[in-house]
Design a protein around this ligand. Structure first.
Ligand SMILES: Nc1ncnc2c1ncn2[C@@H]1O[C@H](COP(=O)(O)OP(=O)(O)OP(=O)(O)O)[C@@H](O)[C@H]1O
Length: 336
């Protein structure tokens, strides 16, 4: 079974000249005796959509708060466009736009009024601010709703106003915490379309935190976190390709059966399957052929089989030896 120590995850592509939009160097944070971030070192590249993917408690919010200058790390460094998030928070704040998960709009005010207040916080006034409000609203497709009060907008539109608010001072880096939470599939697609447009047309670097695999699939690159550690770094495609072959699972009736089957497979085929509860899981070229071999070799113990192309969850399992979610799928669905 793979463990985190089998993999040295580092960023080998550090830019040499211009500072990276976001650069972490041995960034650590502990709350008392609890280590929430453990020596994270990686760069986010210019104009990419970068995802921080991890299950509950993996440290996403802690990292988001450090990058947003709301919290000072207990160790290491986080730089944004070359500015130290802990020592130069005001310079960092000029560079970043932040979209929090919780709603930050005043729903009794109009869309334009919300943006005006935000602009004032960044020292924008007069004709320049008016122009910026029109530009960002056009960007998120809501120019015609400028005079409507926020409470009359759908949830997806309100999230787009949040985006416009984060963009009012023309930041080069946009930080979004769980951007799809509470949105229906159509509104989620809209948000991602606007993020891609920002990346492609304005060169904005976007960092999103997420616990949703399908959302992570939209990112150009990902950092996968587990218990504060970086366990994988790369594009979704590359990370899945590294697994090689198919992911094959065998369902058994009990954990004891799963252990027994894994042992038999290991002895017979000289591979090391993982045991996840009552499931035996392994990676194999020509997965469908292997299934037949196993079922014929050990009749009666296998209750179900699956052969699939690797997913990001498989990447997580391979790197950590356990599932992304440890609770029931019902809990997961509720969370989404
Ligand atoms: N204020 C705090 N005091 C003590 N421990 C904390 C505090 N905030 C977070 N932690 C702990 O730090 C670890 C990382 O938490 P964090 O909120 O950063 O994770 P997360 O990935 O954002 O989780 P979620 O997806 O549930 O929001 C967890 O073990 C958590 O219990």
């Amino acid at each position: 079974m793979a463990t985190t120590t089998d993999y040295a995850v580092t960023d080998t592509n550090r830019a040499s000249s211009a500072p990276a939009p976001i650069a972490l160097n041995a960034l650590s944070h502990n709350y008392g005796s609890r280590l929430a971030l453990d020596h994270l070192t990686f760069d986010v590249r210019p104009a990419e959509i970068f995802g921080l993917l991890g299950p509950n408690g993996s440290g996403k919010t802690t990292l988001f708060r450090i990058l947003s200058t709301l919290m000072v790390p207990t160790g290491g460094k986080a730089h944004i466009q070359g500015f130290d998030a802990a020592r130069e928070p005001n310079k960092v704040r000029q560079q970043i736009g932040i979209v929090f998960q919780a709603r930050s709009l005043d729903i009794k005010l109009t869309v334009a009024e919300n943006l005006k207040h935000q602009g004032h916080l960044y020292g924008l006034t007069g004709a320049h601010l008016k122009r910026r409000i029109s530009e960002v609203l056009a960007r998120v497709g809501l120019l015609d709703r400028a005079k409507d009060s926020v409470e009359t907008l759908s949830g997806g539109m309100q999230r787009r106003v949040e985006l416009a608010k984060g963009l009012i001072h023309s930041p080069s880096v946009l930080l979004l915490d769980e951007p799809s939470t509470g949105l229906d599939p159509g509104a989620r697609r809209d948000v991602w379309q606007y993020l891609r447009m920002l990346r492609d047309e304005e060169g904005v670097t976007v960092l999103v935190t997420t616990h949703l695999m399908e959302e992570a699939e939209h990112c150009d690159r990902l950092a996968i976190l587990n218990e504060g550690k970086l366990v994988a770094l790369g594009s979704p495609f590359d990370l899945k390709s590294e697994i090689g072959g198919d992911v094959v699972t065998f369902e058994t009736a009990s954990e004891a059966d799963a252990e027994a089957l894994a042992q038999k497979i290991a002895n017979r085929f000289i591979i090391s399957p993982a045991v996840l509860g009552t499931t035996v899981r392994l990676e194999r070229e020509q997965g469908h052929r292997f299934v037949t071999d196993v079922v014929e070799a050990f009749p009666g113990i296998v209750e179900g089989v699956s052969v699939a192309k690797p997913s990001l969850e498989d990447v997580f399992i391979q790197r950590t030896g356990h599932r992304f979610w440890t609770e029931s799928p019902e809990d997961t669905r509720e969370r989404e």
